[in-house]
Design a protein around this ligand. Structure first.
Ligand SMILES: Nc1ncnc2c1ncn2[C@@H]1O[C@H](COP(=O)(O)OP(=O)(O)OP(=O)(O)O)[C@@H](O)[C@H]1O
Length: 242
């Protein structure tokens, strides 16, 4: 479970001025739920997710992930989270299989769990054809799948995915979205960011629409349709953020 209460982050701009990237955001994500953070470029989605996975320290407010506070207990948060971002690193010299194995060992997954899980991940994410290819020779989509496998290798209860389908072709997009659905079916708590309403419609149980660092509205898609008397979610999103 993820609980976010009045979470804010500000940075110093080039002239020393305060740039508020995330402004008193609140939401809760439950196990077995896919929660979408939807917003245009610069809305504050990545900054919010980075605070949740302890890469960035909040300026104000609180967040707990799997019951652990992101500021006072970052190690435990990291142990319970699989994080994926557009620039998650893939080592050039390791093969796809070696990289996932390496992360599994880092997380101290016992071998009798690690290898069956890796076989399953490589099959469901359709990675068997490049299992022995080195990172440096993989395409963007292959690297993205590999980063997902890496995030899942220790079977964490919470998954934080920053634009998981960015830059992928439709086939890989579908494989990624299908894996997210399967993970929800297994009771994982999942939050992901996107600026594509279609993905939210396909996948999310609830969504928070963000703009200029704030959550403008949060609810199920039906609640949003009802609230704004607008059935076309693309239009609704446009109206909300413009
Ligand atoms: N390290 C930083 N220093 C200064 N400003 C930053 C920093 N990181 C983010 N920002 C600013 O915070 C705001 C929110 O950025 P963020 O990357 O969280 O948005 P986003 O919703 O993820 O956008 P995108 O869809 O383009 O990835 C932007 O105005 C951005 O310029």
């Amino acid at each position: 479970m993820i609980e976010v209460r009045d979470l804010s982050k500000w940075f110093r701009g080039p002239n020393g001025q305060r740039v508020t990237a995330v402004d008193a955001v609140r939401f809760t994500v439950h196990p077995g739920e896919v929660f979408g953070l939807l917003g245009p470029n610069g809305a504050g989605k990545t900054t919010t997710l980075r605070m949740l996975c302890t890469v960035l320290r909040p300026s104000d407010g609180t967040a707990t992930v799997a019951g652990h506070d992101v500021v006072s207990d970052p190690g435990e948060v990291r142990r319970h989270v699989g994080f994926l971002s557009a620039n998650t690193g893939v080592y050039d010299r390791m093969t796809a299989w070696e990289l996932v194995e390496y992360y599994g060992r880092l997380h101290q997954v016992p071998p009798e769990e690690l290898y069956p899980r890796m076989e399953e991940l490589f099959t469901t994410l359709q990675m068997t054809n490049f299992r022995d290819t080195r990172g440096g020779k993989l395409s963007t989509g292959m690297k993205q799948k590999l980063s997902i496998a890496r995030a899942l290798v220790n079977d964490p209860p919470v998954l934080i995915f920053d634009e998981p389908t960015a830059g992928l072709d439709v086939l890989v997009q579908r494989a990624v979205l299908d894996s997210i659905k399967r993970l929800r079916g297994r009771g994982k708590t999942i939050i992901f960011s996107t600026h594509i309403m279609r993905e939210v419609e396909k996948l999310c149980d609830r969504v928070a629409v963000m703009a200029k660092g704030r959550v403008i509205v949060c609810g199920t898609l039906n609640e949003l349709r009802e609230m704004y008397k607008q059935d076309d979610l693309e239009e609704l999103f446009f109206d909300l953020v413009s």
